[in-house]
Design a protein around this ligand. Sequence first.
Ligand SMILES: NC(=O)c1ccc[n+]([C@@H]2O[C@H](COP(=O)([O-])OP(=O)(O)OC[C@H]3O[C@@H](n4cnc5c(N)ncnc54)[C@H](OP(=O)(O)O)[C@@H]3O)[C@@H](O)[C@H]2O)c1
Length: 318
Amino acid sequence: MHQTRIGLGLAALGRPDYINIRSTTKIDKSVNAFKTNAFRVLDEAYHLGIRDFDVAPSYGLGEQFLLEWQHSRAHKDVHLSTKFGYTYVANWEVGFKGKHEIKEHSLAKLNEQWEISKAFLPNLNIYQIHSATLDSGVLTNMKVLSRLHEIKQEHGLKIGLSSSGTQQENIIRESQKVTFDGIGLFDSYQVTYTIFEQSTYTILKELIADNKTVIIKEALANGRVFGNTDFKNYQTAYNYFESLSTRYGVGIDAIAMRFIMDDLEPELILSGASNIQQLKQNLKVLDFELNTSDISQLKSFTTSPQDYWNERSNLVWN
Ligand SMILES: NC(=O)c1ccc[n+]([C@@H]2O[C@H](COP(=O)([O-])OP(=O)(O)OC[C@H]3O[C@@H](n4cnc5c(N)ncnc54)[C@H](OP(=O)(O)O)[C@@H]3O)[C@@H](O)[C@H]2O)c1
């Protein structure tokens, strides 16, 4: 059985706008305020025992913040992961209209982003394709795959991919065909898995049994696990989450993360906390265990991947 660790993702810490469902609280969106907050959250996370940190070039200044933090703190025992394939284009413009990140899975983009990300060595232990898809052709692009293999050989790190959307399982299956000298290129999978989207359960269990690193992202369904009248489809689930939250004396975030920990047993679940308070609440996940009846009830709240991802694509960045 895996002892699941909690890691910290920087998606909400490195740029002024991200998916933000509930909070109407106004915060200071200057670069300085974000940097101060990011350093505080990183320090607190380390203090509370977190050793795994995930970032991407498209998380605004996330890579820069994490790099500066790592250089100034010089922690020897942290494991960092980053990605290639998306470029941040919102230029810290608050309320930026249009896409904030542009996808490009080319060899040129890989080389360009690797030049920057390699500064995380020697603490970089996973390098990932950001949001691999079947359409982008990245899983059959031999130039990109060979370069990733070269990076893996040269630096002894794990190569991974992250996935999103209704095709997550097919993407993972496709990636398993990529081998060099008979050995699979991919060692690590960063996958969306939440109470409302459990369609990858079987494949993730297979990966875990095969000693691959499974990292869960979006465990809180981007905030949709918290009671919200905008999502009529989840009202029964919300009532049940409330009852568990009261019974265990923890927040709904901890319930949602604990469900994944107890049922799926991945190596890592990423907290996407945007401040210290959320981080501390998320970490309550380590203080209790769900029983089998809670788990089977929570399993029943999964929805169809089509509905889930349709809803996900309609969430606004603000
Ligand atoms: N394609 C990819 O590779 C990809 C995509 C997505 C995420 N990720 C990774 O996974 C990490 C986690 O994912 P995520 O942050 O997108 O999704 P998430 O964990 O499902 O949602 C995080 C959001 O939930 C809210 N939240 C967290 N704790 C809370 C609490 N105690 N009380 C109330 N609200 C709380 C916050 O929203 P508010 O800020 O609105 O309060 C936070 O931004 C990211 O940081 C990133 O490293 C990777």
